[in-house]
Design a protein around this ligand. Structure first.
Ligand SMILES: [Mg+2]
Length: 377
């Protein structure tokens, strides 16, 4: 089997004026990502996503990858991540190179699954897995004043039984946001908080102590992702579990998070971390320290599909009171047609479960006409 064609699709969607969604650092108005389509000599098509701007992916593909990938056997892809660190030697580990590696890798796994007639989570060694627990990413900061309880009430009404909310922008309102979310979710639901790296360690320490009473499943990126000493300090002083990984990529960065016990949960993004091959290596590293793996998802339907297949392949651990903690997948509640409008059968988290596609490969069919609507070319 041989890859004969490689195409890049830069996609974007802009939110209406005044409808920007914020985290602790800023408001975002655009959803943008890049898809990569591979075609094999027997006509099999595979899709991957690079969580990076279209023109950068296009240039990186043309300069560094096209010659290697076209003509490659998709079953050889696992050597790509290794080669990418050494060739190009001095920047192979950079974020844009690793984002492209992610897209090529996932597209090759999609083709491999289709070639052997099995869903990717089974090829990765996972047991049968029909569904996962989706959690709502919600309570974003909004540009217009809105009641803070509205989005979390809507998520509960839609059937979500777990949620992650944005905090960290304003110490005067953080605790109230968490208290509101906990009240609306109820005592048994899992509640996570996301600071998006906006705080200093001393501020994050105070906030963690203030919200500990609300039974927080994890506190995500309390300090900037690069601030390893900050994570180390927090880990020693707070009881709230810590999470990071959406801004990390490659096994070397995750190895530091895991070996140095900086976090309790690692969150590789399948469109940035190096793809399914690298995510599996990261999961293996995490398992050696009983660190949980929960993929970060702020992607199109392709990145979501890769994350779902990966999540479905991860063994059940850690355990609490003899029961495995549920594997959760992130489902953001913002307007995202790049997720909801480009598949023939979109993912549907309503009812509190997310079905794991059982069709071969990623188990999705991309509507290529829909891609034209969101092309940023
Ligand atoms: Mg986050």
């Amino acid at each position: 089997m041989e890859i004969t064609d490689l195409s890049v699709y830069g996609l974007s969607h802009t939110l209406p004026d005044g409808e920007g969604l914020g985290d602790a650092r800023s408001f975002g108005h655009d959803r943008a990502t890049t898809l990569l389509r591979l075609e094999a000599d027997d006509g099999t098509v595979g899709w991957g996503e690079a969580f990076a701007p279209g023109p950068i992916v296009e240039a990186t593909v043309d300069e560094l990858f096209r010659e290697d990938v076209v003509g490659m056997d998709p079953f050889d892809v696992e050597s790509l991540a290794t080669r990418s660190y050494t060739n190009p030697y001095h920047f192979g580990g950079s974020v844009f190179v690793q984002s492209v590696v992610s897209a090529v890798d996932v597209a090759c796994w999609d083709i491999r699954g289709k070639a052997v007639g099995r869903p990717v989570h089974r090829l990765l060694g996972g047991t049968e897995c029909e569904e996962l627990l989706p959690y709502a990413s919600t309570m974003y900061y909004t540009e217009r004043d809105r009641p803070i309880e509205e989005p979390i009430e809507a998520a509960v009404d839609a059937g979500f039984e777990a949620a992650k909310i944005k905090i960290g922008a304003d110490p005067d309102t953080d605790v109230e946001r968490v208290r509101t979310a906990r009240q609306i979710l109820g005592d048994d639901a899992r509640l996570m908080v996301d600071v998006n790296g906006n705080l200093r360690p001393d501020q994050a320490l105070q906030l963690a102590r203030d919200i500990e009473q609300f039974d927080i499943t994890w506190m995500e990126e309390p300090v900037p992702p690069e601030n390893e000493s900050g994570y180390r300090e927090l880990k020693q002083k707070v009881d709230v579990p810590l999470a990071a990984g959406e801004a990390h990529y490659g096994r070397f960065a995750f190895k530091r998070l895991i070996d140095d016990r900086l976090v309790d949960v690692v969150q590789p993004n399948l469109a940035r971390c190096g793809g399914l091959s690298e995510a599996r290596r990261i999961a293996d590293l995490a398992s050696t320290e009983n660190v949980a793996v929960r993929p970060h998802i702020w992607n199109s339907a392709v990145g979501l599909a890769a994350a779902v297949q990966f999540a479905a392949s991860v063994a059940d651990y850690p355990h609490t009171r003899n029961v495995p903690d549920p594997m959760m997948v992130e489902f953001d509640r913002s307007e995202n047609p790049l997720r909801d409008d480009i598949l023939e059968t979109p993912f549907d988290p309503s009812g509190g479960t997310l079905a794991v596609p059982q069709e071969p490969g990623l188990g999705i069919t991309v509507d290529e006409d829909a891609l034209e609507r969101y092309s940023d070319a």
